[in-house]
Design a protein around this ligand. Structure first.
Ligand code: PMP
Length: 398
């Protein structure tokens, strides 16, 4: 009897497992709308022009592959902190923000979760209903009880703000609240500025611990516009955690590059928290990799590359909007006029409102892969597959 006989066969990951099924599908017309990846008009993952230039520069330097510090590359931390908080942020100048380079957004969430669990093991973590699948799994694995606050209003095709506020008001002091900073995954519905203010008031009144997850900055309305929620939290005076990911906005999925910041009341507190974050990192993977950090830093700190990056990200954002409208129009042309909300949603995803059975039929009958929840990645559409997808949706809608 081996110890490993105790290991049960786990179900495939709901999102990545779908890609495995997609890869195994031999139908040439198949379309993968499962995973959250932006694909270009040619159906391929783009290498952004600024990233390509940065890569050439970094390669030419032929630097030896030294270890980074536990908290990552100092120039990277400075560059992303300026991006997230603004170069002239008073909180940054005061030294009130502890930041570590992380393995993508997921790594940031896990480092944050481990820190929180060490400080407050009994706390409950609240995520939105629904949320990115991995939120629940990740915080559960980190040792927390995970519950949900109301978010999506299926009837109204929007956010149940009153329900959300009511659930937050009912939460015990010290509860960790995971909030999508922009481009909510999976619904594509974001709070307005005023609604954020109301949420922040409740977080403050109830003594809750906000954990902002920002994986799609730049995909909603723009880098500054999407980042405005961070300024709101800074201005609120609350302590909060913020995870960021550069997987999508730099198309650097495989480099695993992101950051975790904890905004605190004083430089002294930030120093202590940073020392704890370093223990979490050190005991997990010691220190982060260099390549992604070098690329993001080079792009963000070179004015020409930065402009090119912002422009290209802007055209990706606009193209997704065009695809959304294109899908709405194509569906309308097939007699489906109640899916216009797809054009209102933000970011890479559309919560289509299709049922699990319809999503399964899309997959089995048409080779169009989306999540059982009805989530589809509209950023993987293109003019070549849009009509096919619209036909497939029209067919499963019956
Ligand atoms: N948070 C959310 C809401 C996400 O959608 C994702 C990526 N799908 C992540 C975090 C993780 O990002 P990364 O791929 O950089 O780990």
């Amino acid at each position: 009897m081996s110890l490993f006989d105790r290991a049960e066969l786990a179900p495939a990951d709901p999102i990545l497992g779908l890609t495995e099924a997609f890869n195994a599908d031999t139908r040439p017309e198949k379309v993968n709308l499962g995973v959250g990846v932006y694909l270009g008009e040619d159906g391929k993952l783009p290498l952004m022009a600024a990233v390509r230039s940065a890569e050439e520069r970094v390669t030419q330097q032929h630097k030896p592959k030294a270890y980074l510090g536990i908290d990552g590359m100092p120039a990277y931390r400075d560059a992303v902190r300026a991006l997230i908080f603004g170069a002239d942020s008073a909180a940054l100048a005061d030294g009130r923000i502890a930041t570590v380079q992380t393995l993508g957004g997921t790594g940031a969430l896990k480092v944050g979760a481990d820190l929180l669990h060490q400080l407050s093991p009994e706390a409950t973590v609240l995520i939105s209903d629904p949320s990115w699948e991995n939120h629940r799994a990740l915080f559960t694995r980190a040792g927390f009880t995970v519950d949900a606050y109301r978010y999506y209003d299926a009837e109204a095709k929007g956010i149940d703000v009153d329900g959300m506020l009511e659930d937050l008001r009912a939460a015990a002091e010290g509860t960790v609240v995971v909030l999508h900073a922009c481009c909510h995954n999976p619904t594509g519905y974001d709070l307005t500025g005023e609604q954020w203010d109301a949420v922040i008031d409740v977080l403050r009144e109830r003594g809750l611990v906000p954990f902002l997850d920002m994986a799609y900055q730049g995909f909603g309305f723009g880098i500054a516009e999407d980042g405005a929620v961070v300024t709101k939290f800074i201005d609120s005076g609350l302590n909060f955690l913020l995870s960021t990911s550069y997987s999508k906005s730099f198309s650097l999925y495989g480099e695993r590059i992101g950051s975790l910041s904890v905004v605190l009341g004083s430089a002294e507190e930030a120093k202590k928290v940073l020392s704890q974050l370093k223990i979490v990192v050190r005991t997990n993977y010691s220190n982060p990799p260099t390549e992604g950090a070098a690329l993001v830093t080079t792009v963000l700190t070179d004015p020409e590359l930065r402009q090119s990056w912002e422009d290209e990200l802007g055209s990706m954002r606009e193209r997704i909007k065009t695809l959304r409208q294109g899908l709405v129009d194509a569906l309308a042309a097939r007699g489906i006029s109640d899916m216009g909300f797809i054009a209102e949603q933000l970011g890479m995803f559309s919560y289509s409102g299709l049922t699990k059975d319809q999503m399964i039929a899309l997959r089995t009958e048409h080779g169009v892969y989306g999540l059982d929840s009805g989530r589809m990645c509209v950023a993987a559409l293109n003019t070549g597959n849009l009509d096919y997808v619209a036909d497939a949706i029209a067919s499963v809608r019956g």
